[in-house]
Design a binder for this molecule. Structure first.
Ligand SMILES: [Zn+2]
Length: 297
């Protein structure tokens, strides 16, 4: 039997928002089956916003959810961690509008979730099994979903920078590959963009402590965690964004020069496609053969 999962207990940390630069408290709490991931703004009378593609509000440089005039910004790395660790249900409390950036990767969220522990719940999990190809395109950028029995991501990025150029990588996504190969990859940005971003009130909290910062020819950080850390980070972003579809996927996800806009458009398309029966929601689960661990707590 395959069950939905939630956190064993509450756990919290604090950090700063990448874009706002503001200090924020983050608390992760268990939630009932079929809750999904819900953000709760404790500084806004406990206002709740579901992690759903229908609540996507902004997609410049980070994914922002919004409802009723209240926002939660930069949700993608935390959502990626829940997705990669197979956590279906949780409440995320924040006392400000932006999820803390931590070190720019999902590794600190993986640590927090594992510290809390993950437990099975008495309700089966449902999956999106993609039965027909789906595609969203925007000029030379695209994202596709192809039928596959396992979740697999192929991502290609192109940036005119000597440390990046073109990077392509395919990873079958399971808990082990997520934790080892995707979660530690940090977000990145270009020095040449910093001024313009700050004028727009973005990247105010950004530094080499929470991002790979690229100068003209090299990174200002001392080391990269992977030679192709950039494309791995984009994989983290797309997993967080695609989780907004509402159910875990069984599909091969291919992305060419994607970003939050394309990722979240696909998440939205998944929801509408399910309604038109293009996608079955299946009660099958992660297969142990894929190396997806049972609850580790
Ligand atoms: Zn990111």
């Amino acid at each position: 039997m395959y069950y939905q999962r939630t956190l064993r207990q509450g756990i919290e940390c604090s950090g700063i928002g990448l874009h706002s630069g503001r200090k924020v408290l983050l608390r992760l709490l268990p939630a009932q089956p079929d809750t999904g991931i819900v953000f709760r703004r404790i500084d806004q009378d406990g206002y709740e916003i579901s992690a759903s593609a229908l609540n996507v509000n902004k997609v410049d440089f980070a994914t922002t959810l919004g409802a009723g005039g209240i926002q939660v910004k930069t949700v993608e790395h935390l959502l990626g961690a829940f997705y990669g660790l197979g956590v279906d249900n949780a409440v995320v409390e924040l006392d400000a509008s932006e999820v803390p950036i931590m070190d720019g990767s999902a590794a600190p969220f993986v640590y927090l979730i594992r510290e809390s522990g993950v437990i099975n719940q008495n309700r089966t999990r449902r999956y999106f099994r993609v039965t027909k190809p789906l595609e969203v395109k925007e000029a030379d950028r695209w994202i596709k979903l192809l039928p596959s029995d396992e979740l697999r991501v192929t991502y290609t990025i192109e940036f005119n920078h000597p440390m990046i150029r073109q990077q392509t990588l395919t990873i079958p996504v399971n808990e082990n590959t997520f934790v080892d190969q995707i979660a530690p990859a940090r977000t990145f940005g270009f020095m040449r963009d910093v001024e313009a971003l700050r004028v727009r009130g973005l990247a105010l909290g950004g530094s080499v402590d929470n991002a790979i910062v690229l100068g003209e020819s090299r990174a200002l950080n001392s080391d990269l965690r992977f030679l192709n850390e950039f494309v791995r980070h984009k994989m983290l972003d797309v997993l967080g964004d695609i989780s907004l579809a509402g159910f875990p996927l069984k599909a091969h996800l291919l992305v060419h020069k994607g970003g939050h806009r394309l990722h979240t458009q696909m998440a939205r398309l998944l929801r509408t496609s399910m309604a038109s029966n293009q996608i079955e929601s299946s009660k099958e689960s992660w297969s142990p053969a894929l190396g997806l661990a049972p609850p580790f707590a």
